[in-house]
Design a protein around this ligand. Structure first.
Ligand SMILES: [Cu+2]
Length: 231
């Protein structure tokens, strides 16, 4: 009986500790505001004529004057000031059954990938992305700064959506311009959404801190990962 009570008490203490940590860790965090792709017209695609929407984002190497780090309750505000981040938000909403053209102004330097798979372009309409106007199906593994990778939840039964585009890094010695950042590389790619669904996206490049560089901005919301809601 004594043993049973002791076991029960241990289990209860465990449950309280886990629940307490979840509440405490979740409290400071807030979801970034949603950004939406804007419908600009129609476009012919391999799936026929579809609405065409555009979305513009930037990737900064760290916060700068007048460009603060995401205000999402990072575990360390001081550390977060040095973290790379997607801007203006990592919460993305896209219209369903639409051609989406994403333009990303990429200001960060290179950090080589662990896996060549993510140096290749996947899931775009013609299998390419353009880098300052040049269409490519892949870039050099060592020249990747980040990736923009949309994928499913593992148990999902919703329409398949997988898009992964490597973000080319600026040269590590590129001089800064007046805004405190080097001249960005403009990366553009297009893909077609299906019916509504909830997806996630993240960077697959070891651009963070801590263990194998997948901590810091890579493990906290609002910097290198977020949601894609197709509506
Ligand atoms: Cu990254």
């Amino acid at each position: 009986m004594k043993r049973l009570l002791l076991t029960l008490a241990t289990v209860i203490v465990g449950v309280v500790l886990v629940a307490g940590s979840v509440v405490a860790l979740g409290k400071g965090q807030s979801e970034p505001a949603m950004i939406s792709a804007t419908v600009v017209g129609t476009a012919s695609t391999p799936q026929g004529d579809l609405p065409h929407a555009t979305l513009e984002m930037s990737i900064y190497p760290q916060e700068g004057p007048g460009n603060p780090a995401p205000n999402v309750g990072a575990s360390s505000k001081v550390a977060a000031e040095q973290w790379p981040f997607y801007s203006p938000s990592t919460s993305i909403q896209l219209p369903a059954n639409t051609l989406i053209t994403v333009t990303i102004h990429q200001y960060d330097s290179m950090s080589p990938l662990y896996n060549d798979f993510f140096a290749r372009v996947h899931g775009t309409v013609d299998g390419t992305a353009t880098y300052d106007g040049e269409g490519l199906t892949e870039i050099d593994n060592a020249a990747v700064a980040h990736t923009f990778t949309i994928h499913q939840y593992p148990e999902a039964t919703q329409p398949d959506l997988f898009v992964s585009v490597p973000m080319l890094g600026v040269a590590n010695n590129a001089p800064n311009e007046a805004n405190g950042y080097p001249k960005p590389i403009d990366i553009t790619f297009s893909f077609v959404t299906g019916d509504p669904g909830e997806y996630i996206w993240n960077c697959e490049d070891p651009c963070g801190s801590g263990y194998v560089a997948f901590g810091g901005p890579m493990s906290e919301r609002g910097f290198m990962s977020g949601t894609v809601t197709v509506v």
